[in-house]
Write a protein that binds this ligand. Sequence first.
Ligand SMILES: Nc1nc2c(c(=O)[nH]1)N[C@H]1C(S)=C(S)[C@@H](COP(=O)(O)O)O[C@H]1N2
Ligand SMILES: [Mo]
Length: 323
Amino acid sequence: MLIKSKKASDVRSSEITSPSVYLDRRRFLQSAAMVGAGAAFGTIAGPALAATEKTRVKLAGVNKTKWTQESLGEKLTDYGSVTRYNNFYEFGTGKTDPADNSNKFMPRPWNLAVDGAVEKPGVYDLEDFLKPHQLEERVYRFRCVEAWSMVIPWVGIPLADVIKRMNPAGNAKYVAFETLKDAKRMPGQRRAVLDWPYREGLRMDEAMNPLSFLVVGLYGEVLPNQNGAPLRLMVPWKYGFKSIKSIVKMTFQEKEPPTSWNMASAREYGFYSNVNPTVNHPRWSQARERRIGDFLKRPTKMFNGYEEEVGQMYAGMDLRKNY
Ligand SMILES: Nc1nc2c(c(=O)[nH]1)N[C@H]1C(S)=C(S)[C@@H](COP(=O)(O)O)O[C@H]1N2
Ligand SMILES: [Mo]
């Protein structure tokens, strides 16, 4: 057994300063208060630390940003909904499948490949890859094309900082992302519901936009498996499916990359997939959305409310054609 469970109060400090732990130990903070009385707390046993509902690990040294709950002026979606109402087809297509089927998934150790038109290609250990960066918390609105939405306090690093560090070549116009492909670890991949691995991509200016975020946590804790551990994208002005989970590869390239949902149904899912209440999906309206926890639907905002930050990137584009 790789993960031992015991009461939080039993976890000795020697066990939480293992050198092989994900992220570095300065960023870790064992917090008994985070888990309820009697709840299990994962001890850090080698590199196999997994954050699940039962093993929650607090992240230390997370900076606040201007994207706070107060500045957004909206309620946070409760932790239980954020972690039990998910889309992650690698673990099943039902909303609770990802939480139910990802308990044994081990997101450490983890390699991230960077390739294509870039100065520093390579296969990076995620822990090393993250080390030069400062973790931040950002509260973003998040809207799925299925017309539900949430407000989530993510923890991560700006994608632009990563890209600057990797230094792409001048002809790198796009960045493509891929999820892990391993049906042994991701049982949903035994079914061909999508052409695995899950793929996504951004135009370089979108990837460099200050809003684009690479996520390693939520609610101040290590990212739960069902939410895309250990590393996922968050582009809050686009429909949820652009925010690819469990990323193993980033490729810098000249051509627009193929993306999973566009490959599955080009008529329904375009490359851009910007939240746009005036362009309906062929099967359902995008004009309104249900914030999880609310009874009534609310109107959807252009670019999910982030028009000021991202609108200029699409100036002159026909958003009906470039959906
Ligand atoms: N690899 C992968 N990434 C994925 C998905 C998926 O099935 N596989 N689903 C997408 C969709 S449709 C949505 S709405 C969000 C859901 O993120 P959440 O479960 O953290 O809310 O993840 C996106 N990223
Ligand atoms: Mo979605």
